[in-house]
Design a protein around this ligand. Structure first.
Ligand code: HEM
Length: 263
């Protein structure tokens, strides 16, 4: 107990905590990207996958609670470490930024805050499907049939959701900041776990930048392919009318889109 208490209260312990929670979230990001890339296949592919996940409540709720704990602990460790650092150096450096390793490392806090805001928005957008946040209508009304069963149409929701300009731009900005945050955070994670020496450090930095870039390109590819109407357009054109019919109030963005099509 004493050792857990000492680790929890030491700055080294908090660095471990940041590294381990960061690693768990990083693993989620890879899995989530692989799952989302199925949007390049036929609509049934990702709908089947989403339906499979939703049919395993223990798995999905276990992962959700685990992720929530990771986000909370990661933020707690970041804030308390920042406070410890500030207390250890009450006077700022004479030349601001002179000792920081990279721009990414200087902006960990602001990039982290925007990513957190993105996650809150993203959960409201696609998980809770709150009608007020997507600029279109009630996504929970989008359904399809799989093996004779009515299930949520996740494919239509993703395509319609990312066709909205401001939503698309917000996703793109958040992913660029995620790239910045990860390219420093991943390298720092290895450093906290004791893997820093003159041979390994350049390789670790290269790995961190490469993997972060791959994640950025993967997530952005999905958003760009949808926004540029490279995928999904024929399918969701039909769905837009279903969504409109399901909405009690006409939705301005949809009405405008339909008006354009009618001309
Ligand atoms: C183009 C980019 C992305 C797309 C298209 C996308 C798509 C989705 C979809 C469709 C869901 C809902 C799954 C469902 O309930 O059926 C979801 C959930 C989620 N996404 Fe994303 N996502 C993207 C990027 C991200 C990023 C960058 C993060 C993290 C920074 C993230 C974190 C999450 C989380 C935490 C959930 C909730 C999982 C759950 O509770 O089931 N997503 N995403």
């Amino acid at each position: 107990m004493n050792i857990v208490y000492r680790i929890w209260n030491s700055s080294l312990g908090k660095k471990y905590l940041m590294a381990l929670t960061g690693a768990a979230m990083f693993a989620f990001l890879i899995g989530h990207l692989v799952g989302n890339l199925q949007v390049f296949g036929p609509p049934e592919l990702i709908n089947e996958y989403a339906h499979f996940l939703k049919s395993k409540p223990a798995l999905i709720w276990g992962a959700r609670l685990g992720l929530l704990a990771c986000v909370g602990l990661h933020i707690f460790a970041a804030v308390t470490l920042a406070q410890l650092n500030a207390a250890a150096r009450p006077q700022a450096y004479a030349k601001p930024g002179a000792y920081a390793a990279s721009p990414a490392s200087q902006y960990m806090l602001p990039t982290g805050i925007v990513i957190l805001a993105f996650i809150v928005y993203h959960l409201a957008h696609f998980t809770a499907m709150l009608p007020g946040v997507n600029g279109l209508g009630d996504f929970s009304k989008l359904t399809t049939t799989l093996h004779g069963e009515t299930v949520p149409d996740v494919y239509a929701m993703m395509v319609l959701g990312l066709q909205v300009t401001w939503v698309f731009l917000f996703y793109l900005i958040a992913q660029a900041l995620l790239f910045m945050h990860l390219s420093h955070g991943l390298a720092a994670m290895f450093q906290s776990l004791g893997f820093r020496d003159h041979v390994w450090w350049p390789r670790i930095q290269c790995f961190a930048k490469g993997v972060s870039l791959a994640l950025f390109l993967g997530y952005s590819l999905i958003a760009v392919a949808i926004y540029t109407r490279f995928i999904g357009t024929d399918y969701v054109d039909r769905k837009k009318y279903d969504l409109k019919a399901a909405n009690a109030q006409p939705v301005p963005a949809l009405v405008a889109a339909q008006g354009k099509e009618a001309k």
